[in-house]
Design a protein around this ligand. Structure first.
Ligand SMILES: [Zn+2]
Length: 320
């Protein structure tokens, strides 16, 4: 029944975007990439909604600042309201997310979990309806409070939504009969990443702790702790590892890619340590690092230097 309704949804999405020749795509091997051009898709194929389980969906939309990669949301529909993991980066994209949810259910959005505090996941937050309560880690809540109070903010700037509730370790939310665990598995991409876990459906939304086939963006991260956070996620009873960036592929592919993502982090840390020990100046680190095959991942050119620099900072005791 779940497969049937998922197939219907995919068929409807294909018909709606009038894309021909993609109907057999599910049966073919997908190109492992986060770039929609390389995947053979078009910007007009997005946003797209995918059904993971009876009442659980993902929303994938191309982010204007990332150009070719998606920002993803998890949507949990219950008879007592909706929980959304994460927002989008712009008001326009969050409006599209809210509209997509309204097509799935008449239920109001009751909770928005801020998994990553970064602008490409929070910039559109003012577009969520007033029914939504925002939940973040204490670390991220403090970030939003600082942003809201910043004297440098232009009067014309969009309002910052400061979450009213926090989760520092684990909060179990029962919503319309669905157990939703909001987790802080450890520092990773930011100092306050949150994950959303559905134990019955075995779905784990990873936020930016996991990106599918994108070279790790570590400029604000905690390299060694990030690896440990991923290992904790891998030890959980999850069938779906849902990334905040990169396509929501099939469950087996995502499981494989989550491990690949950890291996990429481990390689970056090992290479950073090798070069740091050899007293290679950080400015030359990305030119000297051996990062195959990860240097062919999407956005490697954007992210490699910042990642190695962050490893140097950790080794120099600059990350507290
Ligand atoms: Zn992001």
């Amino acid at each position: 029944m779940r497969d049937g309704s998922a197939a219907c949804l995919v068929a409807a999405a294909l018909a709606a975007s009038s894309v021909g020749g993609l109907a057999t795509r599910g049966a073919q091997a997908v190109v492992r990439t986060a770039d929609f051009n390389v995947r053979g898709l078009k910007a007009s194929d997005f946003p797209r909604v995918k059904q993971l389980a009876d009442h659980i969906y993902t929303f994938e939309q191309i982010d204007p600042t990332k150009r070719t990669v998606t920002v993803n949301n998890l949507i949990v529909v219950t008879p007592d309201g909706v929980l959304v993991a994460e927002g989008q980066g712009t008001v326009e994209n969050t409006r599209a997310l809210v509209a997509a949810i309204a097509k799935l259910t008449p239920q109001p959005i009751k909770y928005v979990v801020v998994g990553s505090e970064h602008g490409d996941h929070t910039g559109g937050n003012p577009a969520f309806p007033a029914t939504a309560t925002f939940i973040a880690s204490p670390y991220s809540k403090a970030t939003f409070e600082r942003q809201a109070a910043s004297p440098g903010r232009r009067a014309s700037a969009r309002p910052v939504v400061v979450p009213s509730e926090t989760v520092s370790d684990r909060r179990v939310l029962m919503l319309g009969g669905t157990e939703i665990d909001i987790l802080m598995l450890g520092r990773a991409h930011t100092g306050g990443d949150l994950e959303v876990y559905l134990p019955r459906e075995k779905i784990l939304f990873m936020s930016e702790v996991f990106s599918n086939r994108i070279f790790p963006s570590m400029a604000n991260g905690y390299p060694s702790e990030w690896v440990e956070t991923l290992k904790k996620a891998e030890a959980m009873d999850a069938a779906w590892y849902v990334p905040a960036h990169g396509f929501v592929d099939s469950a087996p592919i995502l499981k494989e890619e989550e491990r690949n993502f950890r291996l990429a982090l481990e390689r970056i840390i090992a290479e950073g340590r090798r070069l740091h020990d050899a007293k290679t100046p950080v400015e030359s680190a990305s030119a000297s690092a051996v990062l195959e095959p990860y240097d062919a991942w999407t956005r490697a050119g954007n992210n490699a230097f910042g990642a190695l620099q962050r490893v140097y900072m950790e080794l120099d005791g600059q990350l507290k």
